[in-house]
Design a protein around this ligand. Structure first.
Ligand code: NDP
Length: 240
C-alpha cells in the first residue's frame, strides 16, 4: 500500500511543488494551508490532492487535523514541515509581535506538526521527518533575526530527532533552500530582489521543483542512513 505524506503549507509555493512531486512518486498526499481557501481549492482541483486547513501554530488544531488526515488517508509515514512566514524588520524596529508570530509558526509549528505523528512512526518502525529550513538559518540575514532564529532552530530539531529516531527506523533531515521564486520572495521590492539575485552565483532564483527534488530524495524507503543531515539547494550561495 502507498505510504501517506503530510505537507504543511502544501497548497502554495514550495509546498505545492513538494506535494505534487510526492504524488508523482506514488505517495498518498495531504496538503495543509492556513487560510487562503481560494488557492487551496484551485490547487486541489488542479492536482487531485486533498487539502486540510489548520494553523500549525496551534497544537490542538494540528493534532486534530492530523488525526483527521490519518483517519481519511492512513497513517502518516512522511511529514514535511514546510509552512512558514516572514515578518521582517531590522532588530531595533522588530516588535515582540513580529518575533512571536514567526517563532510560533516556523518553530513551534514544527513541534506541533511532528509531535502528533511521532508515536505512530515509532510504533510502525518507519518515518521520514523533513523540515524546510533556509539558507538564512545557516548564515543569518539582515532584518530577519526572528526568521533566521527559527530556521537555525529547525536544524537543531532534526539533528536531535535523528538521534532519537535512528533505531526506530525514523530519519529527520532539513532542506535549506536559497532564494526561490515563490510569492514570499516575489513580495520583496524589485530592487531588493535584484540585489539578492546578484549575490547568487547561479544568477537566478531557484524553482520550487528544485526543492521538491531534495524532499523526494529524503522521503524514499532506501534513504534510511541519511539522517540528521542538512541539504542545501541555493545556487552555490556560500556562507561563512
Ligand atoms: P509561501 O508564502 O508561498 O506559502 C506558504 C504556505 O504556508 C502556504 O500554503 C500557507 O497557507 C502556509 N502557511 C503559512 N502560515 C501557516 C500557518 N500558520 N499554518 C498553516 N499553514 C501556514 O511560502 P514559500 O513556499 O516561499 O515557503 C515555504 C517554506 O520554505 C517556508 O518555511 C519558508 O520559510 C521556506 N523557505 C522559502 C524560501 C523562498 O525563497 N521562498 C527560501 C528558504 C526557505 P495559505 O496559503 O493559507 O496562506
Amino acid at each position: 500500500m502507498a505510504r501517506t505524506a503530510l505537507v504543511t503549507g502544501g497548497s502554495r509555493g514550495i509546498g505545492a511543488a513538494i506535494s505534487k512531486a510526492l504524488k508523482a512518486e506514488g505517495y498518498n498526499v495531504a496538503a495543509t494551508y492556513a487560510g487562503n481557501d481560494e488557492a487551496a481549492a484551485s490547487f486541489s482541483a488542479e492536482t487531485g490532492i486533498k487539502t486540510y486547513k489548520w494553523n500549525v501554530a496551534d497544537y490542538d488544531e494540528s493534532a486534530a487535523g492530523i488525526a483527521k488526515v490519518e483517519a481519511e488517508l492512513g497513517p502518516i509515514d512522511i511529514v514535511v514541515a514546510n509552512a512558514g512566514i516572514t515578518r521582517d524588520a531590522p532588530f531595533h524596529k522588530m516588535t515582540p509581535e513580529q518575533w512571536h508570530q514567526v517563532v510560533d509558526t516556523n518553530l513551534t509549528g514544527v513541534f506541533n506538526t511532528v509531535h502528533p505523528v511521532w508515536p505512530g512512526m515509532r510504533e510502525r518502525k518507519f518515518g521520514r521527518v523533513i523540515v524546510i529550513s533556509s539558507v538564512n538559518g545557516q548564515k543569518g540575514q539582515f532584518a530577519q533575526v526572528n526568521y533566521a532564529a527559527t530556521k537555525a532552530g529547525d536544524i537543531g530539531i532534526v539533528r536531535s530527532l535523528a538521534q532519537e529516531g535512528a533505531r526506530a527506523g525514523i530519519t529527520a533531515n532539513a532542506v535549506c533552500p536559497g532564494y526561490i521564486a515563490t510569492e514570499m520572495v516575489m513580495a520583496v521590492p524589485e530592487k531588493v530582489r535584484e540585489s539578492i539575485i546578484s549575490m547568487i552565483p547561479a544568477g537566478r532564483l531557484g524553482e520550487p521543483e528544485e526543492i521538491a527534488r531534495c524532499v523526494v530524495f529524503l522521503a524514499a524507503d532506501d534513504a534510511q542512513f541519511i539522517n540528521g543531515s542538512t541539504i542545501s539547494a541555493n545556487g552555490a550561495q556560500f556562507f561563512a
